[in-house]
Ligand binder design. Sequence first.
Ligand SMILES: [Zn+2]
Length: 87
Amino acid sequence: MAKKFHEPIRTCVSCRKKDIQNNLVRLQCENGDLSSFTGLGRSFYLCKICLKEDKKLLKALMRQCRSGEKDKFMNKLKEIITDDRKS
Ligand SMILES: [Zn+2]
């Protein structure tokens, strides 16, 4: 087992709660399109509690992506979360 090093703290864009990076989901928005972080560009974090609160979550996503396409975000988000669980 590897030793635990200092873990980076990040802030959830929805509730503003701080948590270690591993407990947050890293997302990004490119041209109004939501995706998991690709390693390039601006990214943001959401905590797992907010991921279950659709309304709050969508507000945060619309703010981050500067787009109002709620259905698109919601579908995409579910895809991203499901993918995360597989790996
Ligand atoms: Zn949150």
